[in-house]
Design a protein around this ligand. Structure first.
Ligand SMILES: Cc1cc2nc3c(=O)[nH]c(=O)nc-3n(C[C@H](O)[C@H](O)[C@H](O)COP(=O)(O)OP(=O)(O)OC[C@H]3O[C@@H](n4cnc5c(N)ncnc54)[C@H](O)[C@@H]3O)c2cc1C
Length: 412
């Protein structure tokens, strides 16, 4: 097993339950990404009641609140110790090659031979930054969410935040509140209210079955796997952080960054269409919730259906910004994250850098993956989504070890 995040640990607990001998290799510490790669104020956007791992649920006093990073690290670390996961920390995997009927895994300490390999090294190993960054004048400070900790790191003055998914809207709001004028570049995005009919919107995703939809039931799986994260934030007040809330706070909105030419950032037009599309998709999702709730016992005590105002389009959105004028002093690239596999010397990574797999069964005998977007279900990358995926994948792995799968077949 590579990686002691929640995915690797959940898989380890299923292996232990089946008495399958294994080891979890971790380059840092348990829950390393939450310790090293997140900003100071971040809280989960999933509510506490939804933080569950096989055999461990949230048992604190605030099921509807959202964990701070310290609490997430404690939650995952407690899981590792109570499940007695055989983790080797500070052990980096530097190479994996196919050997005989298994794999040779080279770490910075030793070589391990194994029949099966589970890759749980994370879906967010590096920030994805578009190549337009190369044209940004050197006078502008540039940070990614991996480097960003809090606004005091940024120079005084205007900030361009690129990307309006969960990370972008959260950082735009926080940086604006620090007194720095913020302009937010908005591309394709997923709008959601924090609460709907009196319940957390993720309660609806969970109970209505939307999040359980399987990868084999999704029409455009490639697209579903690339969907940006929803515009949500976890705050004690359960605030909705959509583009209207940001406009009200004073954040300026511009279109997607298309190029940086001669020191000028150029933005796409068409904000009106993009906003309408996101509003429409949100509306369709709320309709799905309403249809599910109709006559359903589990939704007996919810409030009446709600409708939300359309996203307001700025009167004349700017189409360019002179990055040499001093108006913008820094850029935050909140343009997503991606996994990387520089150590994997087995031909299972496609030309775009994605692992070739079918529901977590990788295209090489005895190799598996967990924790990737919509791996087996819409909820696959979330903490609460790992239990079902890990159970299915480890079932397949056990069958493989028992000789049940001569050829690669989808798990489950
Ligand atoms: C900003 C952000 C906010 C998120 N918020 C939420 C949220 O609110 N709720 C939610 O459910 N999910 C959230 N997620 C999604 C998801 O839960 C996290 O990304 C989670 O960390 C993924 O768990 P994982 O175990 O798959 O991967 P990781 O936690 O990334 O674990 C992978 C582990 O593998 C290790 N590793 C990598 N390469 C090697 C190597 N070569 N050798 C040895 N070890 C290696 C890493 O050090 C790491 O510890 C968020 C993600 C991000 C980026």
């Amino acid at each position: 097993m590579i990686g002691a995040g929640h995915a690797g640990l959940a898989a380890s607990s299923f292996l232990t339950a089946r008495s399958i001998d294994h080891v979890v290799l971790e380059r840092g510490e348990v829950a390393n990404s939450w310790r090293r790669e997140r900003w100071d104020s971040l809280r989960l956007l999933t509510p506490n009641w939804q933080s569950r791992l096989p055999g461990q649920t949230y048992d604190g006093p605030e099921p509807d609140s959202y964990m701070t990073m310290r609490e997430v690290i404690e939650f995952i670390s407690r899981y590792a110790s109570e499940s007695r996961a055989p983790v080797r920390t500070h052990t980096t995997v530097t190479s994996v090659v196919r050997r005989d009927d298994g794999y040779a895994v080279q770490t910075d300490g030793s070589e391990i031979l194994c029949r099966c390999l589970v890759i749980a090294s994370g879906a967010c190993n590096v920030p994805s930054v578009p190549s337009v960054r190369d044209g940004v004048p050197s006078s502008i400070a540039q940070v990614t969410p991996f480097e960003y900790r809090n606004p005091s790191q940024l120079p005084d003055g205007g900030v361009l935040v690129v990307g309006a998914s969960a990370t972008g809207v959260q950082l735009a709001y926080e940086i604006h509140a620090s007194g720095r004028p913020v302009t937010l570049c908005v591309g394709e995005h997923v709008r959601l209210p924090r609460t709907y009919r009196g319940r957390d919107v993720l309660w609806w995703m969970d109970r209505s079955g939307v999040w359980d939809q399987g990868h084999d039931a999704i029409d455009d799986l490639t697209r579903a796997r690339r969907l940006p994260s929803p515009q949500l934030v976890g705050t004690p007040e359960r605030m909705t952080l959509d583009l209207n809330a940001l406009t009200d706070a004073g954040v300026g909105l511009v279109g997607r960054i298309a190029a940086v030419r001669d020191g000028r950032a150029l933005f796409s037009g068409g904000l009106r269409n993009m906003f309408s599309l996101a509003d429409l998709k949100m509306q369709r999702l709320l309709d799905t919730f309403d249809a599910w709730a109709c006559g359903c016992d589990a939704a007996r005590d919810v409030g009446p259906p709600e409708r939300f105002p359309a996203t307001r389009v700025p009167p004349s959105p700017r189409l360019q910004l002179d990055l040499r004028s001093g108006e913008i002093r820094s850029i935050v690239w909140a343009t997503g994250f991606r996994p990387v596999y520089p150590w994997l010397h087995v031909p299972v990574v496609d030309e775009k850098g994605h692992l070739r797999h079918d529901g977590g069964v990788v295209d090489s005998p005895g190799m598996y993956a967990l924790g990737l977007p919509v791996l087996r279900r819409r909820k696959s990358t979330f903490i609460h989504g790992i239990e079902d995926d890990a159970r299915d994948v480890i079932d397949h792995l056990a069958g493989y070890l028992a000789g049940a799968h001569g050829e690669r077949r989808s798990a489950g």
